[in-house]
Design a binder for this molecule. Structure first.
Ligand code: G6P
Ligand code: ZN
Length: 543
């Protein structure tokens, strides 16, 4: 084994985004690209000498090669131990849990989440800190600063680690421990949920389909839903993780999980449908004939979490990202819970969870989670939903209908304009920013603006401030529109327009969201000049 110091030069564009560094796979495969970034992670955390790290990924193309490089660089840096999911697989929530239960100093997760995988698609890597959560800006800023000045990296030359053999191997002094990626995670789920009750529900004929989308949750869902809870074989579909996710987008939404949607809207729908994304942190929940928006799902879970043993003592508080609908706020208000509003990005929940200020949190982008780990958690959300269904003995549809009647329905929709020219998107945002103080009192598509601002967040725990987190416009009657540029895209800019309107009349709560929001949708274009700036007639994705 030889330890080498390889001369390199800064590579432009290695700035971690909302969720780590994401680029085309081929970019990651360019000489020094991955190595530079990993060395800069080591630099940002004052080196890895003597440290314990967790390593795993979602199984996408290049996952295994990247793991070998990272292991050799961890060894060169003198890491004491690297705990690796077998086959270099770990879902993001399972990695977060492993960091926590093993008291690791941090971990690297190889994933581009819900983005497609393959040599022509996307790869990504992110660093999580000792609490199990995504690195905060303080750390990612240091990583980025290091990428701008890096001159060399350290790596050892050695044969590949056998990523399939459970147990300990060594690279020099560094112990590489290969673990079952599912075991610790499954044990945690068993602590939070009444597996006996769920087993009884499946034994009683409850039916569901879980679409793992050929991504990392397949093995987790099979082990927990089928092997432990007794759901019939075949409940979990697309269960084998594939390097290209079978050619699809492993993104659990009505568009990319269309086969599941079709099943759930058809005559043969099971009682419950769910899906998770590439790295297992997102979730989609569907009832028979009814898609549950992530914002509604969060609100329903907040109102019912006490039905699961892990949350029987009630919630310390709840939190949602700013563009997520106000449905959660309605529950919080009714139940006397503190409700925090954070910028987009799971990392902003970390301090609230650590400080015991929030137990449950979620985002409109299909993320729901709690203080059990420091990432959002797709399968956890499914198990909590199953717990609610088992405790209440009602259908998803009945639960939603009653929820809306009690708390009101926040009709909600997000329109995405993808691959927009970055300058044009920035110009749209800047134009809104320039007019913020003039907007109140003006009328767009018949709706009068009552207030407008650009969201900034002061973290109540560490006092840090995040600015320019999206533009909010409120209208008479309570409608809200948020404009934001995505922080996770890899091509051009993605403009996201989030629209909502509260409906308190139960007789008007079962409508179609696009219809219920038609005026708000028109107002969004009128206030921001979406067509003019982007040249687009319609959004690419409507959820
Ligand atoms: C990732 C993060 C989420 C965040 C989402 C937003 O999935 O983990 O916390 O909500 O990105 O993505 P966007 O493309 O809207 O920046
Ligand atoms: Zn994800």
């Amino acid at each position: 084994m030889e330890r080498l110091t390889i001369a390199t030069r800064p590579i432009a564009g290695q700035k971690p985004g909302t969720s780590g560094l994401r680029k085309k796979t081929r970019v990651f495969m360019e000489p020094h690209y991955l190595e530079n970034f990993v060395q800069c992670v080591w630099t940002a955390i004052d080196g890895v000498a003597g440290k314990t790290l967790v390593l795993g990924g979602d199984g996408r193309y290049f996952n295994d090669r990247a793991a070998q490089v990272i292991l050799r660089m961890a060894a060169a840096g003198g890491a004491a131990r690297v705990i690796v999911g077998q086959g270099a697989l770990l879902s993001t929530p399972a990695a977060s849990n492993l960091i926590r239960v093993r008291g690791a100093n941090g971990g690297l997760i190889m994933s581009a989440s819900h983005n497609p995988g393959g040599i022509e698609e996307d790869f990504g890597i992110k660093y999580n800190i000792a609490n199990g959560g995504p690195a905060p800006a303080e750390v990612t800023d240091k990583i980025f600063a290091a990428t701008e000045v890096i001159q060399s990296y350290d790596i050892v030359e050695t044969t590949d680690v056998d990523l399939q053999s459970l147990g300990e191997q060594r690279i020099g002094e560094t112990i590489v421990e290969i673990v079952d990626p599912v075991a610790e995670y499954a044990a945690l789920m068993e602590k939070l949920f009444d597996f006996g009750a769920l087993r009884a529900m499946f034994a009683g004929g409850f039916t569901m389909r879980f679409d793992a989308m050929h991504a990392v949750t397949g093995p987790y869902a099979k082990a927990i839903l089928e092997e432990t809870l007794g759901a019939p074989a075949g409940t979990v579909v697309n269960a084998a993780p594939l390097p290209d996710f079978g050619g699809g987008h492993p993104d659990p939404n009505p568009i990319w999980a269309k086969p599941l949607m079709d099943l759930m809207m058809g005559p043969d729908a099971p009682d419950f449908g769910a899906a998770s994304d590439g790295d297992g942190d997102r979730n989609m929940v569907v009832g028979r004939g009814l898609y549950v928006t992530p914002s509604d799902s969060l609100a329903v879970l907040a109102a019912n979490a006490h039905l699961a043993p892990g949350y029987a003592g009630g919630l310390a508080g709840v939190a949602r990202s700013m563009p997520t609908s106000g449905a959660l706020d309605r529950v919080a208000e009714a139940r006397g819970l503190a409700c925090h509003e954070t910028p987009t990005g799971w990392k902003f929940f970390g301090n609230l969870l650590d400080a015991g200020m929030a137990t449950l949190c979620g985002e409109e982008s299909a993320g729901t989670g709690s203080d059990h780990v420091r990432e959002k958690d797709g399968l956890w959300a499914v198990l909590l939903w199953l717990s609610v269904l088992s405790a209440r003995g009602e259908s998803v549809q009945d639960i939603l209908t009653k929820h809306w009647a009690e708390f009101g329905r926040n009709y909600y929709s997000r329109h995405d304009y993808e691959g927009v020219d970055a300058e044009a998107a920035e110009a749209l945002m800047q134009s809104l920013r320039d007019r913020l103080t003039d907007l109140p009192g003006q009328t767009f598509a018949g709706l009068t603006v009552t207030a407008a601002d650009e969201f900034a967040y002061d973290d109540p725990v560490d006092g840090s401030r995040a600015e320019a987190q999206g533009i909010r416009v409120w209208f008479e009657g309570g409608a809200r529109i948020v404009f934001r540029l995505s922080g996770t895209g890899t091509v051009g800019a993605t403009l996201r327009v989030y629209m909502e309107n509260l409906e308190l009349d139960p007789a008007a709560q079962s409508g179609d969201a696009q219809e219920a929001l038609a005026t708000v949708i028109s107002a969004a274009d009128a206030v921001a000049g979406i067509k003019d700036h982007t040249g687009r007639e319609a959004p690419d994705v409507v959820t």
